[in-house]
Structure formats: C-alpha cells, structure tokens
Write a protein of this length. Structure first.
Length: 171
C-alpha cells in the first residue's frame, strides 16, 4: 500500500508568482510522493501571466492554480501540512497562522520576478531565474533521505537548501 503524499505549502506575499511556480513544479516532480500547495499573506487575486506562460512552456499543469490566502490552510478540515516554505523575504518576516501538526518550516527566499520593471523579455528572464532557483531547491528537497533524518537534521538540510543558488550571487 503506497504511503500518503506529504503536503508542502509554499508561502509568499501575493501568491501570484514564486509560490505558484513552486507548487506546480513540486506537483510534477513529486510524482505522487508530495503534494504542493501555495498561498499568500496578502494574495494578489490572480496568477501572474508570466508565471502561467513559463509553466505552460515547461509543460507543467496550471490546472487549479489560483491566488489564495494562507488562512485557507489554517482552517479546520484543511490539508495537513508536513512542510511549509516561505519563498519571499516579506512572508518570512510576517507572523504566520498556526499550522496544525507542527510542519517542518524553512525559508527559501527568491527574488520577486513580478517586481521586475522593463521589457517583457526582461520579465520572462526574471521568471525563468526564479523558476530555476526554485526547481533546483525542490529537486534537492526531493532527494533527501526523509526516513533516515531526525527532525533537527531535516530542518538543517532544509535551511541549507534555502541557501542553494545564492552563493554565486554573493560573489
């Protein structure tokens, strides 16, 4: 009998770009072992069209993707969360709702592609950069030996993953 999927929530402020990209990628790459969700502290109300374009170009499902409040996941009857990752610095600094079940949390900050000003090509590049960083981190996450890691070691691994891809930018 297969194990039930582990639920992962990606949080951002607007839930229109980064968290949406992460949700869609995890739902594809997780192959039923993981179920991705996304939400925002102050949802934009719609998914950024550049995010949808990028997902479609990469043949990732956009079905059901929508901008929603993180309050949906704190309500009774909401999916039990096993992991919660903030993907923007604003959401990381906010007071999150209480998540039942004490999910493992980490901050995986990624620059906001929706904030980029300029041509459509510059915006597309910003979205691709964010997607690349998130997909790399999610692949690292999926490769972890979950059954062998105690919670404290898992939390350290997740924090380390949150720094993946930032080393080059610091140089």
């Amino acid at each position: 009998m297969p194990k039930p999927a582990l639920n992962v929530l990606f949080l951002c402020t607007g839930n229109s770009a980064r968290s949406i990209l992460a949700e869609a990628f995890l739902n594809s790459a997780g192959r039923g072992r993981f179920r991705g969700y996304s939400a925002g502290s102050h949802p934009a109300g719609k998914v950024n069209p550049f995010a949808l374009e990028l997902l479609e170009k990469n043949r990732l499902s956009t079905e059901g993707l929508h901008s929603k409040s993180w309050d949906e996941f704190a309500k009774p009857g909401a999916a039990e969360l096993h992991f919660v990752f903030t993907v923007c610095d604003n959401a990381a600094g906010e007071t999150c709702p209480f998540w039942p079940g004490q999910p493992v949390t980490a901050h995986w900050g990624v620059p906001d592609p929706a904030a980029v000003q300029g041509s459509d090509e510059q915006k597309r590049k910003a979205f691709l950069d964010a997607f690349t960083q998130l997909s790399t981190r999610i692949r690292l996450f999926l490769s972890l030996p979950f059954e062998k890691l105690e919670r404290q070691a898992l939390e350290k691994q997740l924090r380390d993953i949150g720094r993946a891809g930032t080393e080059e930018k610091a140089r």
